[in-house]
Design a protein around this ligand. Structure first.
Ligand SMILES: CC(C)(COP(=O)(O)OP(=O)(O)OC[C@H]1O[C@@H](n2cnc3c(N)ncnc32)[C@H](O)[C@@H]1OP(=O)(O)O)[C@@H](O)C(=O)NCCC(=O)NCCS
Length: 197
């Protein structure tokens, strides 16, 4: 089913079911590929992170059934046009390392937001920055997209550094911007712009 989204300047976007790119986006040692059932082990590890369950739909300390249900939800996002959800994997081996997503909720206004996570056992080698670079390159293939935004809590220095390594600029502090884990929290807004405009 397709739905119509009214855009700025009188344009309309037809939000058809999205399709993953024919060529998986990649940068340096990572590739962004569709999730597969073999990624459950990575998701079990990721679900042990205290922050990840607060900012997404992966339950804390989940089991195999919970991880498979999460995979179904990621596939649904593509079908209903909500956005792209990729597994971040090692380019050589295909081993799952984390997640990277592009949320197209604000696409009618020419914006999207990105999110990422790396399984605890795969951290410490700039995987998220590589994934974000690949994701951002892919984002510019989306028609009508001018800005990709990141919303990062001020304490999250690993994420802020990831944003900077991937070429995002800090734009400001959004006070009590949203609720996370039952509390209103500040967010630092980072963004990058479509090149050449
Ligand atoms: C944020 C996250 C994706 C980064 O994972 P990663 O790619 O393995 O990150 P790394 O450990 O390689 O660190 C990336 C950079 O941040 C720096 N960094 C990491 N922890 C830091 C800290 N506590 N203080 C300051 N800098 C830190 C690293 O030194 C590195 O920079 P450098 O290579 O220039 O030295 C990961 O921590 C995660 O999944 N966190 C939970 C989910 C999350 O917060 N997602 C983002 C939501 S906005």
């Amino acid at each position: 089913m397709e739905s119509r989204v009214a855009g700025a300047g009188g344009q309309d976007w037809w939000m058809l079911p999205l399709e993953l790119p024919a060529t998986a986006p990649s940068y340096r040692s990572v590739v962004l590929r569709p999730f597969e059932p073999r990624d459950v082990g990575m998701l079990l590890d990721l679900s042990t992170d205290p922050y990840v369950p607060k900012i997404g739909t992966l339950p804390a300390h989940t089991d195999e059934a919970g991880a498979l249900a999460y995979l179904d939800r990621q596939a649904d996002r593509l079908v209903n046009g909500a956005g792209y959800s990729f597994c971040v994997a090692d380019k050589e081996t295909g081993e799952a390392l984390g997640t990277a997503g592009l949320n197209l909720g604000p696409i009618a206004a020419g914006r999207a937001s990105a999110g990422y996570s790396v399984a605890p056992r795969a951290r410490g080698r700039r995987v998220a920055a590589q994934a974000l670079t690949a994701l951002t390159g892919f984002a510019w293939t989306v028609p009508g997209l001018h800005r990709v935004e990141l919303y990062i809590e001020p304490w999250n220095l690993a994420s802020a550094r990831t944003a900077e390594i991937a070429g995002y600029q800090r734009e400001g502090l959004l006070r009590r911007h949203q609720e996370i884990g039952g509390a209103r929290v500040d967010m630092v807004l980072y963004a990058t712009l479509r090149p050449g405009r």
